[in-house]
Write a protein that binds this ligand. Structure first.
Ligand SMILES: Nc1ncnc2c1ncn2[C@@H]1O[C@H](COP(=O)(O)OP(=O)(O)OP(=O)(O)O)[C@@H](O)[C@H]1O
Length: 637
């Protein structure tokens, strides 16, 4: 065997936040995933911010046109342009105004085009980066995570929360900077036009902003409730579609329909609550903003017609009133927009928190200095291993100790729930022991990279999962480049070739979702072939032939000798004939190894194994009373 140092650290899959800093989730998100694209981000935001300057120009130009050209009631003046540069002839003035109007439209269009392009590119790359890195992390999460989180929940983070990132970029960053710039630019123009009116009217947008902000806090729990109800309904729908065969066999369609109806009813109530709140708020904020327009027109109209009212001084021209009226609208829209940005930010922050929680949950906890397990010989040792599943008080494994020589075949037998599968899951590092160690070729499995460890092990579980696709793709799953000969050879060794050859399209036959178009025994054989293709040093067959008939098992047994000849093989089985010829059999009872030896040794010992054997060969008279009492209690296989 060889254990080689993995110089660059196995845990460097960009963006992997195994040690994600606590800090602010949104800052973390950008720091972690936006860095490679920061130029696009800065460029895009600059474009969309700068765009607001020419975008505010048209009302000013029209205002000047009304006063200086159409009504001829004031001088021809433009902001930031020295009077000496401006024409004195009215026709020339109109031409200049129209040229500037066209120029401002063109500038807005051009800057907007570049802004959208650059920021759009950033948004897509940022989202892509997050999606792939978070998916990568999800793949490396330890099994304990999936025991506690249902598929719908994980899918919702991978789909909805990653989608929400777009809102953070466009709805918060881009819109936030645009709206802020609009508010600043508009207000600056308003101050330039008539500072007194601008100061007085400033109260309205701020009141509107405060109102919107209060409203977004008020409605947030309602939105949250809607999201939770959507999650509940999705989980229920998911479960029903996944468990459709159970529903049909039990004829529980009516009960399921009621449950879906209830979940949908809860969603309807939550949605109505949020909708009602929104529907109440809209007219309120609309009234406030309309009021600001009315006040502008009222005060401004009196001012234009009869001179400055109340405490105002100076003059207000009709053109300036027009510009002001338009700007008040822009300012109100901008302030409302900023409040919505705050709302969007809260959603984005919640999504970023969930994404960070997943990434920080990178509980495979691969050591930074983990080594590669290269070409192991296949010696396996369990050294006083104790393990409890999270949330369980009683240890599932207690002081499990045994050694396996390279190339040996070991049978693991015992009662249902004794801990047989758990022993092997620790070898694969689906879980880590609470104390003690599992070693491969003398190296603790926690000291090697998870990838190299699992590459050395071919694992076939009790209920194998086949991927949607052809038989061939499923067999060649671990090695997509495997040639026809390798695939067929593996299928022959797994006792699958005969039935595959008889399928309508042979190795190209589609197996359906999760392999639904194959029988349980056929699925098991395809998955054994899949494990063999990898040519692993260690082969783990966990009840891998439980669904095949006795005749097929005999065939698999024969090839198993060939298969197991040069690799360490673990066989977990209730059917003891499967393990009879193993070099050693380990008998597990209630998480402890209670007997070990060859089939003959164990029969001679006349202990638990001998009793299990007598049950299977039908020699009931040989069973002691103590064993029969156990069977009655229901804790024996
Ligand atoms: N993911 C899990 N979370 C919590 N407890 C678990 C989990 N998986 C198994 N267990 C518990 O651990 C114990 C041992 O389970 P294990 O699957 O190892 O038994 P087994 O001997 O392989 O049983 P069987 O022969 O029925 O497959 C059982 O009591 C089971 O309920």
């Amino acid at each position: 065997m060889g254990v080689t140092a993995n110089g660059d650290g196995a845990d460097d899959g960009g963006g992997n936040g195994a040690g994600a800093e606590p800090g602010h989730p949104v800052v973390w998100l950008f720091d972690e995933y936006a860095r490679p694209h920061w130029k696009q981000l800065v460029g895009g935001l600059s474009f969309s911010t700068v765009e607001q300057i020419p975008a505010r120009l048209p009302p000013v130009l029209v205002g000047v046109a009304i006063d200086a050209v159409l009504l001829n009631t004031g001088p021809f003046r433009l902001p930031l342009v020295p009077d000496a540069w401006l024409p004195t002839e009215m026709a020339d003035q109109l031409t200049v105004l129209i040229a500037l109007l066209v120029g401002s439209f063109a500038a807005v269009a051009l800057v907007n085009y570049f802004g959208r392009r650059v920021l759009g590119r950033f948004g897509q790359s940022f989202q892509h980066e997050i999606r792939t890195e978070v998916f990568d992390t999800v793949q490396r999460l330890e099994m304990g995570y999936f025991d506690d989180h249902d598929t719908g929940e994980v899918m919702s983070v991978l789909n909805d929360d990653v989608q929400e990132v777009q809102t953070l970029v466009f709805g918060v960053l881009a819109r936030g900077s645009t709206m802020t710039m609009t508010a600043v630019a508009t207000y600056a123009y308003m101050l330039w036009l008539n500072w007194q009116l601008a100061v007085v009217l400033a109260v309205v947008p701020f009141a509107l902003f405060a109102l919107s902000y209060w409203f977004s806090n008020w409605i947030e729990p309602k939105h949250m409730a809607v999201r939770e109800r959507v999650g509940d309904l999705n989980s229920r729908l998911n479960n029903n579609v996944d468990g459709v065969s159970v529903i049909k066999t039990f004829g529980t369609e009516r009960a399921e329909r009621e449950r879906v109806r209830d979940a949908s009813g809860d969603l309807r109530t939550a949605q109505w609550d949020a909708h009602w709140a929104q529907a109440t708020m809209d007219p309120v904020s609309r009234t406030v903003s309309q009021l600001a327009r009315v006040i502008t027109l009222l005060v401004g109209g009196i001012w234009v017609l009869t001179g400055p009212p109340l405490f105002f001084t100076g003059t207000l021209t009709p053109g300036a009133l027009f510009t002001f009226y338009v700007f008040v609208g822009s300012l109100l829209t901008a302030m409302q927009g900023i409040a919505e940005v705050v709302d969007g930010y809260q959603n984005g922050k919640a999504a970023a928190t969930r994404l960070r929680d997943i990434v920080a949950n990178d509980s495979v906890a691969e050591r930074r200095d983990a080594a590669e397990l290269a070409d192991p010989e296949g010696a396996v040792a369990y050294d006083d291993v104790t393990f409890s599943y999270p949330g369980r008080d009683e240890p599932t494994l207690d002081g499990v100790t045994f050694d396996v020589e390279p190339g040996d075949t070991v049978g693991i037998v015992g009662s249902t729930g004794a801990g047989k599968s758990t022993i092997l899951k620790l070898l694969l590092r689906f879980y880590d022991p609470d104390s003690g160690a599992v070693r491969v070729d003398g190296t603790d499995v926690r000291d090697v990279t998870v990838e190299s460890l699992r590459e050395s092990i071919g694992y076939v579980s009790q209920d194998p999962f086949l991927f949607y696709g052809a038989v061939r793709e499923n067999i060649a799953y671990a090695d997509p480049d495997a040639d026809e000969e390798t695939v067929v050879e593996a299928a022959k060794l797994a006792g699958a070739h005969e039935f595959v050859a008889e399928l309508p399209d042979g190795y190209d036959t589609q197996v359906g979702e999760r392999g639904v178009k194959l029988s349980g025994g056929q699925r098991q054989r395809v998955s054994i072939a899949r494990a063999i293709v990898r040519d692993p040093a260690i082969l783990v067959l966990d009840e891998a032939t439980s669904h095949v008939d006795n005749e097929t098992e005999v065939l698999i047994q024969r090839t198993l000798d060939e298969l197991a000849a040069d690799r360490t093989t673990f066989l977990v089985a209730h059917r003891l004939s499967t393990v009879r010829d193993a070099d050693r059999i380990i008998v597990v009872d209630d998480g402890e190894v209670v007997e070990r030896g060859t089939h003959e040794d164990l029969l001679a010992r006349d202990g638990l194994y001998a009793n299990l054997w007598n049950v299977q060969v039908g020699d009931v008279t040989a069973l002691p009373d103590s064993f029969l009492r156990r069977v009655r209690r229901g804790d024996t296989a």
